[in-house]
Design a protein around this ligand. Structure first.
Ligand code: ATR
Length: 296
């Protein structure tokens, strides 16, 4: 029988976001803790939109060990980490966005594990060869910016970004030295092995608005369509891709588990096995009400 950890020796973590009720991170980290025997607790904190900086400072000063940061605070977490002279990983610096902080006795460390999570899920779980590949990213917000550097580091040769608001795609393209493509002209975009949906359109009632004709000409012909969102049923974007003929449609559940494992390792120095946790989460999702909303 496992011995219960002494409560005084437990390290406490939580995910901070708004909304945060849907977050599966507490479930994932509880499974990691059980698997590795690491003495941690992990909760969720709903933070008011104006309160992020004070909330996280309070959280740290209460002796918490670390936090995950989710929508919509990742950019503010990056700014705060810089102000506090946190040790930032290169990928967090490049993404200008932070999803993982360790409070380490006042000397904060900050990372962004989202891109690593995507790359691990694509390459390891789904066997997608990224080296030398061409990839199209839809969206230019924080989610897109977080994955660009790790995709390039994995050897993606041609990375194209397209966004509903062209200016934003152009700015991101310039910053990372990648190509931008006009949203309304996506039907003419070069063929790519993978198309990644990094927009937040799936969270909106009307869904992701794809440019005219692109579902058929782009999504339907892609080797892989990857939605960074996930939901109990296939996301509307993946349904569209699959309906148009794409044979390999992947949701973001694996990315979620992989980014969590990298965060766990960042805090604890132990990398959990992700596959059993991924399978458990998949099972959880299948058991959920069919109408549960998409999440990331
Ligand atoms: P996140 O941190 O989740 O990326 P964000 O920074 O607000 O959130 O960025 C959201 C991204 O999704 C943007 O690229 C946005 O496009 P705009 O820059 O044109 O706003 C994109 N997006 C949101 N809703 C969308 C929709 N319904 N269809 C297509 N793109 C959408």
């Amino acid at each position: 029988m496992k011995q219960a950890a002494d409560p005084a020796s437990l390290a406490h973590y939580a995910v901070l976001g708004n909304p945060v009720a849907h977050s599966r991170s507490p479930r994932i980290h509880a499974l990691f803790a059980e698997q590795t025997g690491q003495p941690i607790t992990y909760g969720r904190e709903l933070v008011g939109l104006d309160d992020f900086e004070t909330a996280i400072e309070a959280f740290a000063s209460q002796g918490m060990a670390g936090a995950n940061i989710t929508v919509p605070f990742k950019t503010r977490a990056f700014e705060l980490a810089q102000t506090r002279r946190a040790l930032l990983t290169r990928r967090a610096l490049r993404a200008e966005s932070v999803n993982t902080i360790a409070f380490d006795h006042g000397q904060w460390r900050a990372d962004n594990t989202d891109g690593l999570g995507l790359v691990a899920d694509l390459q390891v779980r789904h066997g997608v060869a990224l080296r030398g590949a061409a990839v199209l990213i839809l969206g230019a917000g924080g989610a897109a910016q977080g994955v660009i550097e790790p995709l390039l580091a994995a050897g993606v040769k041609r990375l194209i970004i397209a966004n509903r608001t062209a200016k934003r795609a152009q700015e991101v393209a310039r910053r990372f030295g990648i190509e931008a493509f006009a949203w309304d002209e996506l039907v003419a975009a070069p063929a790519t092995q993978a198309i990644i949906n990094a927009t937040s359109g799936g969270l909106e009632p009307e869904g992701v608005t794809m440019p005219r004709g692109f579902v058929e000409s782009g999504l339907g012909r892609a080797v892989i369509c990857y939605d960074m969102m996930y939901s109990p049923k296939p996301t509307a974007w993946l349904e569209a891709a699959s309906g148009a003929g794409c044979a390999k449609c992947i949701d973001g559940l694996g990315m979620l588990v992989e980014q969590a494992a990298a965060a766990f390792a960042f805090w604890r120095g132990v990398l959990p096995a992700t596959e059993p946790v991924y399978q458990q989460l998949r099972k959880d999702l299948a058991e959920q009400a069919a109408l549960a909303p998409a999440a990331r």
